[in-house]
Design a protein around this ligand. Sequence first.
Ligand code: BTN
Length: 320
Amino acid sequence: MLSLYKLYTLLAEGTSHSPQTLSQKSGVSAFLIPHKIEQLKEMGLEVRNFKKCYRLKHSIEVLNAEVIRSYLTPLAQSFFHAIETRFMVDSTQDTLVVEVPPHNAVLFAEYQTKGRGRAGRTWVNPLGGQLAFSLLWKTKRGSEDLSGLSLVVGIAVAKTLRHQGVSNLKLKWPNDLILRGKKLGGILIDVLETESSQSVVIGVGMNLRLARTVKQDIHQPVTDLACHPLLLHNRNALAASILNTLTESLRLFESGGCEPFLQEWQSLDFLFGKAIEWKMGDTTQRGVAEGVNARGELCVRQEEAIQAIVCGDISVKALL
Ligand code: BTN
């Protein structure tokens, strides 16, 4: 794995390398270079062969915990007790809990072999193509408040991107970041209940640049931030900006729950006023989305009644 990481960092610069230079700089035998390059391609890295040399289609700024930390505000510096970046993990959600020190720890990964989405779905995380991280956070809020946490996190990410010049970003209840009608990212909250406290693992995955073939393989329309090269070339700064906003949002959520975020949600609500359908067990229900309540539940009008849908295994889709 170390040799793959070495090759990844060399190629990430975006310049052209012969197999010999890659071998010298990485310590991998020249004979093995083509095989390792194939492995990187299988992980989703877009490597081009040109005049017997290798180069990436697009350069990538490799994630670096020290650099991320250097961009944090003083508040975030003291909030995050550990920040780690890894090349490859199963899922940052699971690795974080087992391997990284507890209390406000964050783990970023360049590649996840078993990325998890909501409702047991797979999360596709091509090498270097996303910003994917998990944050372990201990909270005093009760489980009844936690259904709204993914909204709060979504708002924090959306706000950060808006400040960085990404317009038209919306949030689709409960956890999708939507850009021009397509999924840009998602949020996954795992609740870990121990006897003494309640901890949550907040997972965020956001597409920065996805190859066309990867987009085609995903079962729903997805998009990325490829038309924002400044953001892509400053992945560490972008990661830190999200952590900075998240710090403030989590502190506010800790003291006030979802309530302080409701107005912001309204301006970002992708579903508001749309006819939607969702599955409850075997039955399909229909209604019109009317925003969220103070617990972060989705309010849906069905004839004269308003129904609140709680976070659960319910899929919501806007009808055409
Ligand atoms: C969804 O939209 O279904 C939620 C996707 C959450 C993906 C992130 S990527 C970082 C973290 N690790 C995972 O395995 N999943 C979350």
